[in-house]
Design a protein around this ligand. Structure first.
Ligand code: CTP
Length: 394
């Protein structure tokens, strides 16, 4: 199993600062991370599993004895791209430094070899104790990033170094560890995804095979890179997207209306949706009986991308093309006809790609550059397209 850079394990130790990790969890989700919370058993005295489960939308286990058949300490460790433990108590730091594995969290630490960050929070006397100092040194020498706690007033009357750092500092340090670029901070990205449906009668429609997966990958990547993201979603499941504004539409004309409302304020438009080129002419309020269902008269839908290109000011425009033959020539002429900056052409001969996690095709740029992609994940394609978009935005 390969790791997923969006999957994060948030380990929670038994410190009063555990409640502050609820905010940390939210901030990570805002950045598009999918977070699994793994509390230590005693941390549940401070914040219960119900809170973590409600906030993360996932189970929050503490022991390897739960769901044993799933071998969670191995499968979770294998799929997660990053690890953050916040707060980490003196005891948790000690257990990790000697390689103990007496609960799910410490098992996971041993089983995973991805970058790990530890955010200590404890009384200054415990933080300054030679035993803790040595444990922290050991962990740092093994590649763990151990943050310095803040200095200030503690839960009781005492003050000193040991406070849980501000969540904004933790997130900044986390970004540094992940290499998360945040190059779209302050930019708005508008994405269309899925496939439009054109009503034939109240029960039937003309649709297409677009799953919306590429649009989800684009939305998540853009969010991870700091963009404000709006997704115009046509008949697809967008329930996995937190912190992204979703506008659900059905038909090409619904999408046209949503685009007209959103386009002027965006910096990048990515038209990933498969838009129906035509719609049934008749607007029927009753189902067509089988005896009369022999043909459907169609009229053309507007070309949404071409329409927006004529209204563009500073926007970078990215189109998608799905072709079964003459891929490059067809895509190049679409790029010109629709005044695009970038187009990605999918080879869909034989129905390949639809609903899959991988794609193969070619990125064409306005300046004539061509980047052929053999077989890449839709996530990787999303990142690559955003790299070209930011280059264009300057
Ligand atoms: N597109 C659009 N409005 C349409 C049809 C397509 O905005 N009515 C957009 C798609 O979202 C995509 C790009 O135009 O980004 C190319 O879509 P595609 O279906 O490949 O091209 P068409 O222009 O429809 O040409 P054809 O169907 O003849 O290949």
């Amino acid at each position: 199993m390969s790791t997923d850079s969006r999957e994060v394990i948030l380990g929670v130790g038994a410190g009063i600062a555990a409640y502050k990790s609820a905010d940390l969890l939210r901030r990570l989700q805002d950045r598009g991370y999918l977070v699994t919370v793994v509390p230590t058993p005693s941390s549940l005295n401070f914040v219960g599993a119900a809170t973590w489960e409600a906030l993360s939308g996932r189970p929050a286990h503490t022991q390897v004895w739960e769901n044993v058949h799933e071998v969670a300490h191995i499968s979770l460790a294998q799929k997660s791209g990053y690890f953050i433990i916040a707060p980490a108590t003196a005891d948790l730091i000690a257990r990790i430094s000697v390689g103990r594995a007496d609960d799910l969290l410490t098992n996971l630490v041993l089983a995973s070899d991805v970058p790990k960050m530890i955010v200590p929070a404890m009384h200054p006397n415990m933080w300054n104790d030679p035993a803790t100092k040595l444990n922290v040194e050991t962990l740092r020498s093994r590649g763990f990033i151990v943050l310095e706690p803040d200095t200030g007033r503690l839960t009781g009357k005492d003050s000193g170094q040991g406070r849980f750092p501000e969540v904004s500092r933790i997130v900044t340090e986390f970004d540094e560890m992940t290499g998360n670029k945040q190059d779209f901070l302050g930019r708005k990205i508008l994405i269309t995804a899925g496939g439009t449906r054109e009503a034939v009668d109240p029960v039937r429609f003309i649709g297409n095979r677009s799953s919306g997966k590429q649009g989800i990958a684009l939305a998540r990547s853009a969010q991870l890179r700091g963009a404000e993201v709006s997704l115009i979603a046509a008949n697809m499941d967008s329930s996995s997207l937190d912190g992204i504004s979703i506008i659900n539409v059905e038909s090409a004309r619904d999408m046209q209306e949503a685009l007209q409302n959103e386009f002027a304020s965006c910096d990048v438009l990515i038209m990933c949706a498969a838009v129906a080129d035509a719609r049934p002419t008749a607007k029927l309020s009753q189902k067509i009986k089988k005896a009369f269902f022999t043909s459907i008269e169609l009229e053309a839908n507007p070309d949404l991308l071409a329409e927006l290109s004529s209204q563009k000011s500073h926007q970078v425009m990215i189109g998608f093309a799905a072709e079964t033959n003459d891929h490059i020539e067809s895509a190049r002429s679409k790029l010109k006809a629709k005044s695009l900056d970038i187009i990605y052409v999918n080879d869909v001969s034989g129905g390949a790609i639809f609903g899959k996690d991988v794609t193969h095709g070619t990125i064409l740029l306005r300046n004539g550059e061509e980047i052929a992609l053999k077989e890449v994940s839709k996530d990787a394609l999303a990142d690559l397209l955003l790299d070209y978009a930011i280059r264009q935005l300057g």
